[in-house]
Design a protein around this ligand. Sequence first.
Ligand code: KMT
Ligand code: NI
Length: 173
Amino acid sequence: IMRAYEYDNITGDQREDHDSGAVISGAALNQIGVLTHHFDSVDDVNALATERGYKNRDEVTISPSALGDLYEGKVKTFFHEHLHEDEEIRYVLDGHGFFDVRSKDDCWVRISVSKGDLIILPAGIYHRFTTDKNNYIKAMRLFQEEPKWTPLNRDPQVDENAYRTTYLKSLSV
Ligand code: KMT
Ligand code: NI
């Protein structure tokens, strides 16, 4: 089951837990537009996909055996703080990892995901991803028809992006 907590900001391996001990509730995640589910059956994922108009999907395995020499580089890339102009939906098929999202006051919240967990990150939220010390996650990525999934790395120009400003406005109501 999913656990979320304030990131401890201790320098070092991103794949460690970095658990400060301060728990973040599901309701607090919802307040920043992050939705979570736990589905044991892919039928439930299919229902959610239909409900939200998602028609396409793929599966990725992020591990040294799946990616070989590319693995370490991918892990670093996923951990660059970025946003997307679309929702990011991931369903964990196996293994484990961490999504870090920015709180209202711009602190990192770490969401620990494992098999059966589904996470929906809203367009415009700054986030990053990492595998953990086991270096293995298999996930389903859900797409609407035209994914605008380019990661936009955080910088002053991206701070002014329309999806970013719309997201921030949604938090202040
Ligand atoms: C992302 O968008 O960062 C990813 O797709 C990471 C792998 S999915 C668990
Ligand atoms: Ni992303």
